[in-house]
Design a protein around this ligand. Structure first.
Ligand SMILES: [Zn+2]
Length: 214
């Protein structure tokens, strides 16, 4: 299943970085309009790109056509770091124009894009990790960042909880837009999607053409 994420490496990186380099050369995009210190520009780029992927994630749940692809990610009955790379290649391809537009609009430099990709990848693996954190640390971390327990609630098998905790790096966006739902490591949650527990790899690929999980 990890092979699915190779699409990101093969298609995404060779396209996104040149766009970032072009914006930087031409001085186009939001962050290129001001002479910001390097650290501030990098931080703002990571924050803004994290926001755009929050919006994309919300759309994959709200737009039925996009959910057809995103349900592959949610159909994993287990909740481990490998869930973080279980995406249908179609979803990754559909997100490409969004990510290219975001990088261009934000005016993220090539360095900022690389930094964002590293931070986003680590956050994505951590939030899907089957990790139980000490409560005081988890509460503190959950104020700023998405914890594994918060994202586990997003992977709830039944009910409206799936439409909460869409963030990947920062917890800010869910708080700002009312999609935050608290959770902690002590709360057991059944993950996956009803009727899609035992998907073979061929079925994963054709799932978007076949059915939509409720
Ligand atoms: Zn989701």
């Amino acid at each position: 299943m990890a092979a699915l994420s190779l699409v990101t490496v093969i298609v995404d990186l060779p396209l996104v970085r040149p766009v970032a380099a072009l914006m930087e050369r031409r001085g186009w995009g939001l962050l290129q309009q001001a002479s910001l210190p390097c650290w501030l520009e990098l931080t703002l780029a990571v924050v803004l790109l994290d926001y755009t992927l929050y919006v994309w994630h919300v759309l994959t749940h709200r737009v039925p056509f996009l959910w057809r692809f995103h349900q592959v990610h949610h159909s994993d009955p287990t909740f481990t770091a490998s869930t973080g790379v279980r995406f249908h290649p179609g979803e990754l391809l559909l997100s490409l124009p969004v990510r290219l537009t975001a990088v261009a609009f934000v005016g993220a430099s090539a360095e900022a894009v690389v930094l964002f990709e590293i931070v986003f990848t680590v956050a994505n693996l951590v939030e899907h990790g089957d990790i139980d954190l000490p409560r005081p640390f988890e509460r503190l971390m959950g104020r700023v960042f998405i914890t594994p327990a918060l994202h586990r609630r997003h992977h709830t098998k039944l009910g409206p909880d799936r439409d909460t905790n869409f963030g990947t790096i920062l917890a800010t966006w869910d708080r700002l837009f009312g999609t935050r739902a608290d959770n902690d490591s002590a709360t057991a949650i059944e993950t996956g999607l009803p009727g899609l527990d035992q998907l073979t790899l061929p079925r994963v690929f054709v799932l978007p053409l076949q059915r939509m999980a409720a």
